[in-house]
Design a protein around this ligand. Structure first.
Ligand code: K7E
Ligand code: CUA
Ligand code: CA
Length: 651
């Protein structure tokens, strides 16, 4: 690249074009294919992309580019440097080792981070609308949100990545909506939501996970007890309310069955071998006020035998409620009377919160919240003991406010202490050996800032965690960042746990928009998203330039058009006031990262169009006048000129 500052845009264009052509020549014709670096596939007259390449070439030279390619997923980088201090710096141009999927809480979305850089790579809108990605602005996603309640927000808590054989398969992320009792599925082929279901007979779908080893079922559990069905009956009779445990088919995303339980259901996790699911209950009192819900010394963990539930359904032992087969798993249900009960209620100290299963599938560990202990349930014992309480094999005292527990695969557990603002590392087997209430299993504690909720370790939900990074999602950030007004960011902290001798090391603070609750950290090589759309996957007519047409019929106008640098098919389109107008728009580009949009601001339309994607928008043209339509993605040097007019003639 020349160091001379460019003087005129046209000169700049020419300069970059020359640079690209020279580079292409240097590489030779088939080098692009060998390199598999799509970024080198530069189109002519493409200022933005050309300058990016020019900069890369100028800084690193081509050999640097090749090194980067060989390390495409970044996972083979050595993170230790001999001092026990982890190398968490990811230099410009290098890629992270892991994806982290974090819930956005009441923002309603999912955030994608790179680990260990903690760079935010993307946000995936789920229950919210999002103009940057056109989500909720095109006919299809709009209908998906409308058909599942028409709400404009949600409360996402527990993102779980799909697994096959107890390992992440990189296909989906499942995410709950605590606010409206919904579950959504994000397809990682495109990093976008492809299904949402509104769960009947359930208020406040909080905990979420899937039946392991293969996640054939996705579980959502109801935190808020309510009448079932909630149709006006039993309004002020809380004893008649119930919580339900819901199983959804991974592929069809239909509800397979529900189990009605006593108490409520807060967090959940699955055993590893296809049988047990666990959910914490903090409201065994079945109260509706805080004093009522904290009255008793003991609550419980509901252990659901999903195979026994399926046997009950097979035998016809269910009730059809709101179109769902509901099995009665309450304590006095006949289905719990025999020696194959559908739900076992394992008592534990007051108001437990998180429950998570160890990587080896042996224990389910419930965090005490109002009690300073965690309760360790031996899963194999559930079948053998007469009294479910006898399945409890350990109860270490850890500190104040234990909320959630994660694993490193080396026999250690890491538990957040909300009240103490700490993470405690402890030894699981030592806790099973020790007397209940002993703090001997505690290995070390580290301060976090402040009041941690969830924590998650790399690959912690699989049978084989990586044991290097721990992400702690703190609820309060107080003095950690420049003040930005009275609504503070949260503080997501990265802790290195890969060196047992050196101990836990805090390496990074990351401010984040409220409010992450949980995350899943997946090795980068297990996720392989598409760089552009495959039109076969798109549920709309692909409009090539020669297919462009305007069809007028009985007050309906259907505009089929394409978009490419730097134009839409039509410079102007005339319709009549009151017409129902449908746009079908294809981005016919084949080069990755060249996104266009069709923005029609006066009609609140914003279609985001990735290469080879087609989206549709329908509205009534009820405002006469000139309405500029433009492309909102900065796609090329002539991006600003990429616009056309919608002319609405008065009726
Ligand atoms: Cu603790 Cu929804 Cu997992 Cu928040 S829940 S932290
Ligand atoms: Cu297309 Cu900007
Ligand atoms: Ca309670």
């Amino acid at each position: 690249m020349t160091s001379k500052p460019p003087t005129h845009p046209v000169d700049t264009l020419q300069e970059h074009e020359d640079e690209v052509n020279r580079l292409k020549e240097d590489l030779g014709d088939d080098n692009e294919v060998n390199l598999q670096l799509p970024r080198l596939d530069i189109a002519r007259r493409d200022l933005v992309k050309a300058s990016a390449l020019g900069a890369a070439a100028g800084l690193t030279g081509l050999s640097g580019c090749l090194d980067l390619l060989n390390d495409e997923n970044g996972t083979d980088r050595d993170r230790t440097n001999g001092n026990g201090v982890p190398d968490h710096h990811v230099p410009p141009g290098e890629l992270d080792d892991y994806y982290a999927f974090l819930s956005g809480g009441h923002s309603g979305d999912i955030r994608v981070y790179g680990i260990p850089s903690m760079r935010q790579l993307m946000r995936i809108p789920v229950f919210n609308t999002e103009s940057a990605r056109g989500y909720g602005f095109d006919d299809k996603t709009k209908a998906m949100l409308e058909e599942t309640g028409g709400y404009t927000w949600g409360d996402t808590h527990h993102p779980r990545v799909s697994q096959t054989n107890n390992d992440y398969d990189g296909e989906y992320v499942f995410i709950n909506d605590k606010a409206h009792g919904r579950m959504a599925r994000i397809n990682l082929k495109y990093f976008e939501v492809d299904a949402i279901i509104d769960i009947p007979n359930q208020e406040g779908t909080h905990g979420a996970c899937g039946r392991l080893p293969d996640m054939d079922l996705v579980y959502g559990v109801g935190e808020f007890r309510a009448p079932v069905p909630n149709d006006g009956r039993d309004l002020d009779d809380p004893a008649a309310y119930a919580s339900t445990f819901t199983a959804i088919d991974r592929e069809s995303f239909n509800i397979e069955w529900q189990v009605m339980v006593d108490g409520n259901l807060d967090n959940t996790d699955s055993g590893k071998n296809g049988r047990w699911a666990f959910a914490s209950c903090y409201n065994s009192e079945e109260g509706v006020t805080e004093p009522e819900m904290t009255r008793d010394d003991l609550d419980w963990v509901s252990c659901i035998d999903t195979l026994a539930v399926e046997d009950a359904i097979e035998a016809g032992d269910y009730e059809m409620l709101n179109g769902v087969r509901v099995v009665d798993g309450r304590q006095d249900s006949p289905l719990n009377a025999g020696d194959n009960p559908v739900v076992r209620y394992v008592p534990c100290p007051t108001n437990p919160h998180g429950v998570s299963v160890t990587p080896d599938g042996q224990y389910a560990i419930a965090s005490g919240k109002l009690d300073p202990t965690c309760t360790i349930i031996d899963i194999d014992l559930l079948d053998e003991v007469d009294d479910p309480a006898d399945a409890v094999v350990g109860q270490p005292e850890l500190g104040l406010g234990p909320l959630h527990t994660a694993y490193d695969g080396r026999g250690h557990a890491y538990t957040t202490l909300f009240v103490d603002s700490q993470v405690v590392k402890w030894d699981i087997e030592a806790a099973v050996e020790a007397e209940p209430g002993s703090d001997a299993p505690v290995i070390e504690k580290i301060d976090v800032h402040y009041n941690p909720g969830h924590l998650i370790a790399s690959e912690s939900y699989t049978a084989d965690p990586e044991g290097d990074w721990l992400l702690v999602l703190n609820k309060l950030s107080q003095d950690r960042f420049l003040p930005v007004g009275p609504i503070f960011p949260e503080n997501d902290q990265l802790i290195y746990i890969g060196d047992d001798e050196a101990g836990m090391q805090l390496v990074k603070d990351t401010p984040t928009y409220p409010e992450p609750h949980d995350a899943t950290i997946v090795s980068a090589d297990k996720i392989d998203p598409m760089p552009i759309y495959d039109p076969e996957d798109v549920d709309a007519e692909f409009i090539r330039p020669e297919d462009a047409e305007i069809i007028r019929e009985d007050g309906r106008v259907h505009i089929k058009m394409h978009s490419t640098r730097n134009q839409f098919s039509f410079p102007d389109i005339t319709v009549t006031e009151g017409d129902e107008v449908t746009f079908t728009v294809t981005n016919t580009e084949t080069q990755q990262d060249i996104i266009h949009s069709l923005a029609i601001p006066n009609y609140d339309v914003q279609l985001a169009l990735a290469p080879q994607d087609t989206r549709e928008a329908t509205f009534i043209a009820d405002e006469p006048g000139v309405h500029w339509m433009y492309c909102a993605y900065f796609c090329s040097a002539l991006h600003l000129e990429m616009r056309s007019r919608l002319l609405v003639e008065p009726a």
